[in-house]
Design a binder for this molecule. Structure first.
Ligand SMILES: Cc1cc2nc3c(=O)[nH]c(=O)nc-3n(C[C@H](O)[C@H](O)[C@H](O)COP(=O)(O)OP(=O)(O)OC[C@H]3O[C@@H](n4cnc5c(N)ncnc54)[C@H](O)[C@@H]3O)c2cc1C
Length: 513
């Protein structure tokens, strides 16, 4: 790892700050930071976006807008979504998702490694932060489409994820950017930050690349909110390991690890799971980077209702180990480990109506058949004889006496298989059969820099680097191994708001010093 010294100001570049706060990035974390900096009193806040305007907003734009938030019941949810009709409330079990449940999920998913100080902030600030986003102009809705099942006439929410942004990721970024515009915050597109500026007092601006050449922009403080290194094949191979360079990238092509590099060069402490990443099953023929016209629909997340087989015709994970929200982010890595880095998801007619919308898009790698033998011949790259053996053994092991219920962990598993399926097991025996080819799609990387409970970037000696703040994907120490769905946007908003507020205050304190 390099520990170069950041750009020192030349005599021509010296002088007072041109802006109070620079926010590097224009995704969810960056926009929340910029809005919070303005709210804290910073007069001039500038956002720098590496992407051109048509691709602005980073991974946040590619999301479905699902946001994990604590709630004790419908009253908390109504603070975010006031217009839920009473007749819908009457037929819905929203359950609750209190702080304890969120903590439990974070500890369980991360194998008890999540940074205690950061997770405390994430969980406790989730609901207040979403309320604040609403005040800023972000609109929410309840996730009936993806996070509730109708069983015996009642909707039942599952997996702790009841809320999403109106209009998904594109809606979120549009509403946040509109809020920034209303508050006079400029977003400068196609203007990547390349280096931090430093003087004796700390970080005091950034260098940017412009068509006219490199340029210094001085500021009272800088918030780095410019994503992880998931878009950078070289860094993926270096930190995540062999073959990660070959994974498809689910989102933006602009998160090249620049912010992490700049912070490390300024002496930041690396933190978190540097060899870990959020990665999912993603259409085998999807393009190398995300496509905003398709959004997150290359993902294939109904595997809990079927089986997944590899090139050897064998299952390789417990597809029903838990709700999709708690397994999908780690199963991409399992697909990457299979021969040829691919798998097929197989379903029969019984569950086809339950497949998520993403299975019905035009850009899908799919085969159909009327018999299992016919299907075996169509699964490109798969050993057909071994596949048929796998299905026969699986069918014989399904405990059909246990009722199937998608809204709970129903315990309808297999018996006697070396690799069990624990819930939602259904025999594969009713035509037509459908199969979908997937590979590994990387979402974002887990490793990053250490931040304080004020969003300051910490150095290797444990002191805050004056003037430097960070938020979003590039904060390390929150996610390890796995991830509860919908937490990335919440984390970006919570830590973006925190970093922006303190960056704003820092910039103001320089003016009064
Ligand atoms: C397909 C997909 C679906 C997802 N669905 C969900 C979901 O439903 N719910 C959820 O919680 N999470 C979801 N996620 C994860 C979520 O997108 C991230 O956790 C979150 O958006 C990260 O926010 P961020 O602001 O840190 O990064 P980003 O939104 O990626 O923003 C980073 C910004 O920095 C810019 N940038 C990069 N380098 C530079 C530079 N040198 N100079 C200037 N700017 C730079 C980028 O262009 C971008 O604007 C999904 C991700 C993907 C890819």
């Amino acid at each position: 790892m390099t520990y170069a010294s950041p750009h020192r100001l030349t005599p021509e570049e010296e002088g007072g700050p041109e802006v109070d706060v620079i926010v590097v990035g224009a995704g969810n974390a960056a926009a929340c930071a910029a809005l919070a900096a303005r709210e804290a009193g910073a007069g001039k806040v500038l956002m720098l976006e590496a992407a051109p305007e048509a691709e602005a907003g980073g991974n946040s734009t590619y999301t479905a807008g699902a946001m994990r938030v604590t709630y004790e019941g419908i009253d908390d949810l109504r603070e975010l979504v006031p217009d839920v009709p009473d007749d819908l409330v009457a037929v819905t079990d929203f359950g609750s998702y209190g702080a304890d449940a969120f903590f439990d999920d974070m500890f369980r998913m991360t194998q008890f490694r999540t940074d205690p100080e950061l997770v405390e902030i994430l969980v406790r600030q989730s609901l207040p932060t979403l309320r604040w986003m609403r005040e800023q102009g972000v609109r929410f809705q309840l996730s009936f489409g993806r996070q509730a099942y109708k069983v015996d006439g009642r909707f039942r929410f599952w997996g702790g994820l009841a809320c999403e942004v109106w209009g998904g990721g594109p809606g979120l970024v549009e509403m946040l950017h509109a809020a920034c515009a209303r508050r006079g915050i400029e977003i400068r597109y196609a203007t990547p930050a390349t280096d931090l500026l430093r003087d004796d007092a700390g970080v005091c601006g950034v260098m940017v690349a412009t068509p006219e050449g490199r340029k210094a922009i001085r500021a009272g403080s800088v918030v780095l909110a410019c994503g992880g290194f998931e878009s950078n094949a070289e860094m993926r191979a270096r930190y995540l390991g062999p073959d990660w360079d070959l994974a498809k990238v689910r989102g933006t092509r602009f998160n090249m690890g620049d912010g992490i590099r700049m912070a490390l060069e300024a002496g930041a402490m690396p933190h978190g799971h540097w060899s870990g990443a959020h990665a999912v099953g993603w259409d085998r023929d999807a393009p190398a980077y995300g496509d905003l016209a398709v959004g997150d629909n290359y993902q294939k997340h109904s595997y809990p209702f079927g089986i997944m087989v590899n090139a050897n015709g064998e299952r390789f994970v417990d597809e029903g180990a838990d709700f999709r929200n708690y397994t999908y982010a780690k199963y991409g890595r399992e697909v990457l480990r299979q021969p040829g880095m691919f798998a097929w998801q197989v379903f029969d007619a019984k569950v086809l109506p339950m497949l998520r919308d993403e299975y019905r898009i035009r850009e899908v790698t799919k085969v159909t058949a009327n018999t299992l033998e016919e299907l075996a011949g169509k699964l490109e790259g798969v050993d057909p004889a071994r596949f048929l053996q796998t299905v026969r053994a699986y069918n014989a092991a399904v405990q059909t006496s246990v009722p199937f219920n998608p809204a709970i962990r129903d315990g309808r598993g297999t018996e006697g298989l070396a690799l069990p399926k624990s819930n939602w097991a259904n025999t594969l025996d009713q035509a037509p059969f459908e199969a979908y080819a997937i590979t590994c799609g990387v979402t974002f990387t887990f490793g990053g820099v250490k931040v304080s409970d004020r969003g300051e970037v910490m150095d290797r000696a444990g002191a805050a680097i004056p003037g430097l703040y960070s938020a979003g994907e590039m904060v390390g120490g929150i996610f390890y191994h796995n991830y509860p769905g919908g937490t990335g946007l919440t984390s970006g908003a919570v830590f973006g708001k925190l970093a922006g507020k303190n960056a704003g205050r820092h910039a103001l304190s320089l003016q009064t010093a």
